[in-house]
Design a protein around this ligand. Structure first.
Ligand code: ATP
Length: 238
């Protein structure tokens, strides 16, 4: 395959020991897009993100980012190339302060001024975090923790931001806020890969989407088209 797209995932198979989670996943993302992966529990959405970020190594197929093969990268190598993942369930450090959580996000940056600038940048998206700067991550609300998890990923100044179910467990009004911020980040140039069970909201903001079922892509198309698709409506928007 030729590397025409920002990110290309070419027919990957991924396993957890003997269990096959992905079976020939094929997708691409162009610069500046919001692309969403939808599908039910256990379909393979998280595993797709983990395969891209280097937490799971595909057994077959290839992953190309900006023309470079990253299929066999360690997770930190892929992070340094500019791919950040906000994990499902947020996984912030509960005993560390908001500031410390953000600093950890910039682990590869030595310059203190650069770190401070990036923290300020995170505050423009999430002013709430500024108010909570010295509070321990674990004492914040679910929505604030999600904001912190996204903020921590932004500290790397990623080129591609992958979000794994950012709406999980959050009140509708908070979900709306998070989605608004995702849209805003995208408007400012961030490319986004969004995994969601909340298919309605995800398809509304996405340029394109892929539907995953038992480790395979079964449908793909523009966000608006998928929202009108009968199969999608029955299975994910009902
Ligand atoms: P969810 O929303 O529940 O995370 P998902 O679409 O993200 O769903 P995956 O987490 O990617 O699905 O899981 C895909 C398949 O791999 C499932 O059958 C799941 O049971 C299996 N699986 C996921 N993680 C592991 C693991 N650590 N060990 C073994 N099997 C796993």
């Amino acid at each position: 395959t030729t590397a025409n797209h920002f990110l290309e995932v070419n027919k990957i198979d991924s396993f957890y020991s003997q269990i096959q989670a992905l079976d020939g996943i094929d997708l691409f993302i162009d610069k500046g897009e919001i692309v969403t992966l939808i599908g039910s529990n256990g379909a393979g959405k998280s595993t797709t993100l983990k395969s891209i970020s280097g937490q799971v190594r595909p057994k077959k197929g290839s992953i190309i980012f900006e023309g470079k093969e990253i299929t066999k990268n360690q997770a930190h190598q892929t992070a340094l190339l500019g791919i950040a993942q906000v994990p499902e369930g947020r996984r912030i450090f509960p005993r560390l302060s908001v500031r410390e959580n953000l600093q950890i996000g910039a682990f590869s940056v030595k310059d203190k001024n650069v770190i401070a600038e990036r923290i300020e940048r995170v505050f423009t998206y999430f002013p709430r975090l500024k108010e909570r700067l010295n509070q321990k991550g674990g004492t914040m609300s679910g929505g604030e923790q999600q904001m912190l998890a996204i903020g921590r990923a932004l500290m790397m100044k990623p080129k591609l931001l992958m979000l794994d179910e950012p709406s999980m467990g959050l009140a509708p009004i908070i979900v709306e806020q998070i989605f608004d911020i995702i849209k805003e980040m995208n408007k400012e140039g961030m490319t986004i890969l969004l995994v969601e069970q909340n298919a309605y909201q995800a398809l509304q903001i996405a340029d394109r989407g892929y539907v995953i079922q038992t480790g395979q892509i079964v449908l793909n198309g523009k966000g608006g088209e998928l929202m009108k698709n009968e199969q999608v409506r029955e299975a994910y928007l009902a």
